[in-house]
Ligand binder design. Structure first.
Ligand SMILES: CC(C)(COP(=O)(O)OP(=O)(O)OC[C@H]1O[C@@H](n2cnc3c(N)ncnc32)[C@H](O)[C@@H]1OP(=O)(O)O)[C@@H](O)C(=O)NCCC(=O)NCCS
Length: 201
């Protein structure tokens, strides 16, 4: 089934007085943005913003077309996650509408102390080019240092997505030189070169 941008109508989700139970979790404020726990009511807007092959094809994990069911599964997965290992933030923009999401996940290393948080994110296309993601990433890095006590964070971007590389550079990441061949769901599982980067607190 093709995706649809219809959910762009109902915009923000108020954490106060919501009809469905409110998911708890960290809330971060940056100069223009609020990073907050995803709510079930966010699924329609996520599905609408992510109904964009130019967006999903630069991610590894988002399929295309991105269905409402995929958005609901994404929100449910975030709600069920252990917040000490996996956190997904909804990003609300200046007018309070959800503009994208950002996630941090601990990947297992050889030893427990090796656990490296990995960062992922996307923004709906109407919100590109305003410096939002650079701002959101910077806020999330402060949080992961303070709350998870981590001194480094890993991230990767597809080699054909230099815009994301620039976001990471702006937030203080450095290229490690490692390139991982990574399948992209939205490209039908095609393996794409992913350039790995690291941020040191
Ligand atoms: C990647 C993404 C989050 C960037 O969002 P954004 O709002 O444009 O990001 P920002 O405005 O904070 O910064 C973009 C930077 O890239 C630069 N840029 C834009 N197009 C570029 C290009 N083709 N090559 C290099 N840099 C580019 C901008 O100039 C800006 O840098 P500057 O502030 O130093 O001038 C957004 O495009 C997105 O969600 N894409 C789809 C999903 C995705 O790729 N997720 C990341 C997976 S790794």
């Amino acid at each position: 089934m093709l995706c649809t941008a219809e959910g762009l109508g109902p915009k923000s989700v108020s954490l106060k007085g919501a009809a469905t139970p409110v998911r708890k979790g960290p809330v971060l404020e940056t100069a223009r943005l609020t990073l907050r726990p995803l709510q079930a009511l966010d699924a329609a807007r996520i599905a609408a913003l992510a109904c964009d092959s130019g967006l999903t094809r630069t991610t590894a994990s988002m399929p295309h077309p991105y269905s409402r069911a995929a958005a609901e599964a994404f929100v449910a997965g975030a709600a069920a996650a252990d917040l000490h290992r996996d956190v997904v933030f909804a990003i609300d923009g200046e007018d309070g509408d959800l503009v994208g999401t950002l996630g941090l996940s601990l990947r297992d290393g050889a030893h427990r102390s090796d656990l490296a948080p990995e960062l992922g994110y996307w923004l709906g296309r109407p919100y590109w080019g305003r410096g939002y993601m650079t701002e959101a990433v910077s806020g999330a890095l402060d949080w992961v240092r303070d709350e998870w006590g981590k001194r480094y964070v890993m991230a990767g971007h597809f080699a054909d997505n230099p815009r994301s590389g620039q976001v990471l550079i702006n937030a203080g990441f450095l290229y490690t030189g490692e390139v991982r061949s990574t399948p992209s769901k939205a490209r039908g599982g095609e393996a794409v070169a992913m350039r790995m980067m690291v941020w040191l607190a």
